[in-house]
Design a protein around this ligand. Structure first.
Ligand SMILES: Nc1ncnc2c1ncn2[C@@H]1O[C@H](COP(=O)(O)OP(=O)(O)OP(=O)(O)O)[C@@H](O)[C@H]1O
Ligand SMILES: [Mg+2]
Length: 310
């Protein structure tokens, strides 16, 4: 992996305090694939289901996720209603220490922390991926969009090599496992699927069917292209919210169940508590090592002499 070595990233991540929340990271080095859109809809679906959610926006320039949640707060105020509301923050200082601090400061009592990362590689995006129990990677179903994940032969559609983003996720996951942390659960979500592009979709599906084995990634059924995912940004609402708002009887809302299906595919409750426990275990060797070193120092201090071997 180019850039920072996975062991440096993981050493940093393992220093963060224990939290009970599971961390979901929406990431893809490819820009404009729907990371913020999916992160927002996931936050709201979870908050509506009663989860305490913290949303962290790593993209301090665009701030799409945070802006959507600010718009939601404004809507709740203007309408005088209480909406299921995730806590939210933008990571202004892009350091692993600050990310850990915000997680502890704001996310300590949360069930789920959702991190939206920018559409490019960066040290902070790597830290987020390294600490995630689940990485969710939206991708538009075209070969140019999947290129950061995998490369395919034009003639046979056989997988020829692994893309740079996939390599980063795999290297960080391997480092997690070598430290006794659970392997990252990685989900590829086809997004903005247009059923009318049948032939293109068939070729795409045939190609990505090779990825679960090659990359240890799960493939979700995906989300279709729907105006409903973007038209309420300025209100910070989802169509599901509109069904519960007073005075909205008779308005046309999307009844699609694909977001619920995505929630099932993400499989949210599976890792609660396990992650914190395994993080503690991963730190154990470091503690033992420190204790051992101290015992040795005490012993040498007592004898006041070190004999170097010839
Ligand atoms: N399923 C969908 N149906 C319709 N429009 C969508 C869907 N998903 C995303 N979009 C639209 O696609 C565009 C890009 O989405 P979004 O900003 O979420 O991508 P991103 O991956 O977060 O981008 P960046 O890399 O710049 O952060 C936006 O206009 C968004 O409204
Ligand atoms: Mg975004």
């Amino acid at each position: 992996m180019d850039g920072e070595h996975p062991s440096v990233v993981l050493a940093d991540v393992c220093r963060r305090p224990d939290i009970r929340a599971q961390i979901l990271v929406f990431a893809n080095e490819k820009g404009g694939v729907g990371k913020s859109t999916l992160a927002f809809h996931t936050c709201i679906a979870l908050a509506r289901a009663g989860h305490k959610v913290l949303a962290i926006d790593l993209d301090r320039r665009q701030r799409s996720l945070d802006r959507a949640l600010q718009n939601r707060e404004a809507t709740a105020r203007s309408l005088g209603v209480s909406l299921p509301m995730p806590k939210h923050v933008v990571l202004e200082h892009q350091s692993g220490a600050m990310l850990g601090q915000e997680i502890t400061r704001i996310g300590a009592d949360c069930d789920t922390i959702i991190i939206d990362s920018p559409g490019h590689d960066s040290p902070i995006a790597r830290r987020a991926i390294a600490m995630a129990s689940k990485v969710i990677t939206p991708v538009n179903p075209t070969f140019i969009d999947i290129d950061s994940i995998a490369h395919f032969s034009a003639a046979s559609l056989k997988l020829t090599s692994i893309g740079s983003f996939a390599q980063t996720v795999m290297d960080l996951r391997e480092e997690r496992v070598s430290r006794g942390l659970p392997a990252t659960d990685w989900l590829l979500v086809k997004n903005r699927v247009r059923r009318s592009e049948k032939l293109q979709l068939e070729r795409f599906d045939k190609a990505i069917a090779q990825l679960p084995k090659a990359l240890d990634i799960r493939i979700s059924s995906g989300l279709t292209e729907r105006v409903g995912y973007r038209e309420l940004f300025l209100f910070g609402l989802t169509h599901a919210d509109c069904t519960t708002l007073p005075g909205m009887a008779g308005v046309k809302v999307s009844r699609s169940t694909e977001m619920e299906r995505l929630m099932d595919e993400i499989g949210l409750d599976r890792m609660l508590d396990t992650e914190a426990k395994m993080l503690r275990q991963a730190r154990e060797p470091a503690r033992r090592m420190a204790g051992h070193r101290q015992a040795l120092r005490n012993h040498l201090g007592a004898t006041k002499r070190v004999t170097t071997p010839a």
